[in-house]
Design a protein around this ligand. Structure first.
Ligand code: IPT
Length: 991
């Protein structure tokens, strides 16, 4: 037994016995039988288990039952092991092509009934749409074959093994195999039969495969059919009723290209599909045809003659309970959500998705980069020694993978680029894959990021290049050498269309600078946009011992090696909630742009091919956030790439309130993905008259005092605030710390242009070493004046000589309580600062502060390099909803450019704050939270945060940007917060 098994597990070839060539995943009316459902299941800790179970008469009564499709590690509450998350690391020794004896092995069995009529079939085929990682199949005890290529379809001819009536199929699945070395994607390792299993009748005279290649040229559609069928299948008929197409092919020789008049093209914006059938006497195949031509002209990537800008996302198959098991409703909702957030493209990172996803992509309209199931990233650890990509022993496996990828999905109009895989180094096997694609599908370009020098691919692609570097790539005539390229290779790469197959790493709170990347696309036509990493967090729903649900990440399942929360880097949280970054993305990529000019607004339509006839434009005027007038804008239809004008309404600025005009482009009618009125694009214009903040009243009568007094609504004891509006209050204290974001925690690679680039050291480490999270203070003086109190504090940290002087002046001004805080750092502070703020503690006091209403930027959190989604207005929120539930607790909830804030307890308004601008007109931001930054920084998950009824209000004169350093560039220098002097001025009144 062992001698038989060992070569299979270590075999670099993709298994034995699966049918070749691979074919399309077709919608056929031939009979089929889904083998999804409960199977008998047994898990063994090693591959060295008896194969007796495959025998027909084996007694599996003692076995468990498991659903197919599923991942066994997500079934049985831990009874079948746990998921493992690694990014680059191999969770087994790097000993290719061998895997350890500790190799979880799942044995599956089920019975199925074959109808007697099936005896008339030409063949009976057993199809597996996805099994991770290596599996062997037996039918009625007869070994059928084996296969690897987890996210690829495999079909086996089981005609001679099945019989009418009862049959039994047995499948053995090994978690680890040679294939694991080429499936090292950044995701959970999730073994099992996780996609459909189907028994298919292949009728006599059936159609093995169809490819309806299409093209579109000046209103004419081109159809270039390819059919695989033996001569008994003919005549075949192609029908596209809506276009009046009915072609009868009496033999293979008749199958020729044809032109179709009056065709509407397919595009991601207007995904026009035509129902088509190809039928023989015994089988009918249904397809949905979209006419479009993909081409590269010079350095331009065009569809139907127009340049495509990819506003894309990397999409993994991830579901918090199902893992990579496809859930069509969930996927459909996800794609609709993408459309609502102006996403127009998907890279299927890093493997072909469930085939139905591509039907949906055709239907909703996305430009798809379809990626092969291939990644060997873990070889990086050993300097890429033994990388399969450059080892002829793996050539067959590589070719098999790309063939199964392209063949399965070739009919989809949404797929405009083939991608060979991800992070697999470089080498001849990748070049061979590319050559095969070029020969098989001359139209669609080949992408592979790792071909930095462009030796075998058609598109220049990078991941996480900085804004500056990306701009260099797009700049004509630039001579700078490109990443990993010689001068001549750099020149060659600049002759190709460029895309960022990954950028704007969206881990935790971030990314910053989405707008700067977007701006490049419009300045440099060679730059075709890119794909944010990534669409969604891959959290797995788990519960704490006390039953609290949470989304687990690496390390939560006691993995031996893991990569923590690096798998939580989506613009969508695990529970489908869009993070502020997705709103920012939507704002930055809006296809309609507005430029104000006096009484007019210019409206640019940046779409690929759709005009604006699907949109309605409306306006509204607000005074301090309260709507006072609204209406529709009269805009004539703007063609794609064009621009038009609209007259703006007359807006009178209010004398005593800020006056803002907001315009919006909304859907005029419901679509498949959004209701009528859905906002596609928006812009604001400030009409306010300038109203300078009241000057600081000079006081000359300061004299020392004990600091115990009342000033309006404030009561002080020993110079410290004790009560506000009758409530106990602590602070305010200087706050320079924020709970580090994932970007803040990421070590610098030392080569970027950031303010702290000590290689291997993160901002957060510097903050902790400077003691920003543990400031202490010493009161230097307390002084009184008429209606005023002044304190001077020296704030510093243990074992630090650097300090900040904080002068606080409380006074009554025009009958209102004013607080002015002057924050004055000493020399000697080294790092950037996360924030410059003051924090109040607002204990429960029998009425916890649990809500906020404000006039300022909102409704969601914003930071200096992520401000585009924020708009000026009046907003309200509960304290819980102010923060985002990032998988790992971190800085969240900052609202920028505050004007006025009301804190409430239930229905009762407790405290009102007005934030005065500083001398430069800068307004502070605010954060209201149940926890201090120090508490948040300690928690790995939200459930670890202490219970709290105290609310903490931080008023920040400034916050540091977000950047995307967790995997990419740091905060751009203009948004990096260096230690500096700041003034905060607040007016406080009782609610
Ligand atoms: C890049 C990977 O391609 C992607 O799969 C993901 O892991 C991403 O990083 C980070 O989340 S590779 C990285 C070394 C640039």
């Amino acid at each position: 037994m062992t001698s038989e098994l060992s070569p299979l597990l270590s075999d670099t070839a993709p298994g034995r016995g699966a049918l070749r060539p691979a074919r399309s995943w077709l919608h056929s009316d031939a009979p089929s039988l889904s083998l999804n459902g409960p199977w008998r299941f047994r898990l063994s800790p090693t591959a060295w288990v008896s194969q007796d179970f495959a025998a027909e008469g084996f007694d599996d009564q003692q076995w468990d039952s498991i659903p197919v499709p599923s991942h066994w590690v997500l079934q049985g509450d831990g009874a079948y092991g746990r998921p493992i998350y690694t990014n680059i690391q191999f969770p087994f020794p790097i000993d290719p092509p061998h895997v350890p004896d500790e190799n979880p092995t799942g044995d599956y069995r089920r019975h199925f009934h074959v109808p007697a009529e099936w005896s008339a079939a030409d063949r009976i085929v057993l199809r597996f749409d996805g099994v991770e990682s290596l599996f062997r199949v037996w039918v009625n005890g007869v070994e059928i074959g084996s296969a690897s290529g987890s996210r690829l379809a495999h079909e086996f001819d089981v005609t001679s093994a099945v019989r009418p009536g009862d049959n039994v199929v047995a499948v053995r699945v090994h978690q680890w195999s040679a294939a694991s070395y080429v499936e090292d994607q950044d995701q959970w390792w999730l073994p099992g039969i996780f996609r459909d299993v189907t028994l298919l009748v292949r009728p006599v005279g059936g159609i093995e495969d169809v490819w309806l290649r299409t093209g579109f040229d000046n209103g004419q559609g081109r159809l270039d059919p390819e059919v695989v069928a033996d001569s008994t299948a003919f005549p075949l008929t192609l029908r596209i009723p809506e276009l009046g197409v009915e072609q009868v092919w009496s033999s293979a020789a008749d199958v020729k290209p044809l032109m179709v008049a009056d065709v509407q093209p397919w595009s991601a914006e207007q995904p026009r599909l035509y129902d088509a059938t190809v039928s023989s006497a015994t089988e009918r195949i249904a397809l949905r045809v979209g006419f479009r031509t993909v081409e590269i002209r010079g350095d331009q990537f065009l569809v139907n003659g127009h340049r495509v800008v990819f506003h894309g996302v990397n999409r993994h198959e991830a579901h918090p309970e199902r893992g990579r098991v496809f859930d069509e409703e969930h996927a459909r909702e996800d794609l609709a959500r993408m459309k609502r957030f102006n996403v127009n493209a998907i890279r299927t990172s890093h493997y072909p998705p469930h085939p139905r996803l591509l039907d949906l992509a055709d239907e909703f309209g996305f430009w798809v980069v379809l990626e092969c199931d291939l990644e060997t990233h873990g070889f990086d650890k050993v300097g890429w020694a033994g990388n399969p990509s450059d080892d002829p022993a793996w050539r067959e496996a590589y070719l098999d993978r790309i063939q199964r990828t392209v063949e399965r999905d070739k009919n989809h109009p949404s797929i405009v680029i083939w991608s060979l895989g991800n992070e697999a180094g470089t080498g001849s096997n990748l070049a061979a894959m590319s050559a095969w694609v070029h020969a098989r599908d001359a139209e669609r370009p080949v992408h592979y990021e790792g071909d930095y020098t462009g030796d075998y691919t058609d598109i220049y692609s990078r991941m996480y290049s900085s804004v500056a570097e990306t701009e260099e790539i797009g700049t004509d005539g630039a001579r700078t050498k490109l990443f990993n390229c010689t001068p001549s290779q750099s020149i060659r790469q600049r002759t190709k269309p460029f895309l960022l197959c990954e950028y704007a790493h969206a881990m935790g709170n971030g990314p910053g600078a989405l707008d700067e990347y977007e701006a490049l696309v419009h300045r440099h036509p060679r730059l075709h946009g890119g794909f944010v990493w990534e669409w969604r967090d891959h959290g797995i729903l788990a519960t704490t011992p006390d039953g609290t649900p949470y989304y687990a990440y690496g390390g939560d399942f006691a993995e031996v090696v893991h990569d923590g929360n690096f798998v939580m880097d989506g613009m969508l949280l695990s529970n489908d909630v869009p993070t502020p970054s997705l709103h920012e993305y939507k704002a930055v990529t809006q296809p309609i742009r507005f430029t104000f000019d006096d009484e007019k607004v210019a409206i640019s339509n940046l779409r690929h091919s759709a005009d604006t006839s699907d949109l309605r434009f409306r306006w509204r005027v607000e005074h301090d956030g309260t709507p006072v007038a609204s209406g529709d804008l009269d805009v004539s239809v703007v063609t794609a790439g064009g621009s038009g004008w609209a007259e703006l309404p007359h807006v009178a600025a209010a004398p005593d309130a800020e006056t803002w005009l907001t315009i919006e482009a909304v859907l005029a009618a419901a679509t498949a993905w959004a209701p009528e009125g859905h906002r596609v694009a928006t812009a604001q214009l400030d009409y306010s008259v300038s109203r300078p903040a009241p000057a600081v009243r000079p006081r000359k009568d300061w004299h020392p005092g004990d600091g115990t007094l009342a000033l309006g609504i404030a009561e002080f004891v020993g110079g410290s605030l004790a009560r506000l509006a009758g409530r106990v209050v602590t602070g305010p204290r200087l706050e320079l710390f924020r709970a580090p974001t994932d970007n803040d925690e990421s070590p610098s690679d030392g080569i970027e242009g950031s303010d702290d680039s000590t290689p291997g050291v993160s901002h957060a480490e510097l903050w902790r070493s400077e003691g920003l999270d543990r400031l202490t203070s010493r009161r230097l003086s307390v002084a009184h004046a008429a209606d005023a109190l002044r304190t001077l504090d020296k704030v510093s940290a243990a074992n630090s000589g650097a300090y900040v002087m904080v002068e606080s002046v409380w006074s009554l001004e025009d009958g209102e309580l004013e607080l002015r805080v002057e924050i004055e750092p000493s020399s000697g502070w080294g790092s950037v600062w996360p924030r410059i703020g003051i924090r109040f503690g607002l204990p429960d006091d029998n009425a916890p502060i649990d809500g906020a209403e404000w006039f300022g930027l909102g409704p969601l959190e914003s930071y200096p390099d992520s401000l585009r989604a924020a708009r000026m207005g009046r907003f309200a929120s509960t304290i819980e909803d102010l923060a985002v539930d990032y998988a790992r607790p971190q800085e969240s909830g900052h609202r920028s450019q505050l004007r006025r804030l009301t804190l409430s307890s239930g229905e009762t308004e407790v405290l009102r704050l007005e934030a005065l601008p500083d001398l430069y007109g800068r307004r502070p931001g605010y954060t209201l939270s149940r926890h201090t930054p120090q508490q948040i920084a300690k928690a790995r998950h939200a459930f670890e945060l202490p219970e709290s009824t105290t609310s903490h209000l931080t008023i920040d004169a400034a916050q540091h940007g977000l950047g995307s350093r967790a995997c990419g560039p740091d905060v751009q220098p203009e948004f990096a917060l260096r230690p500096q002097a700041r003034t905060i001025r607040l007016r406080l009144t009782a609610g």
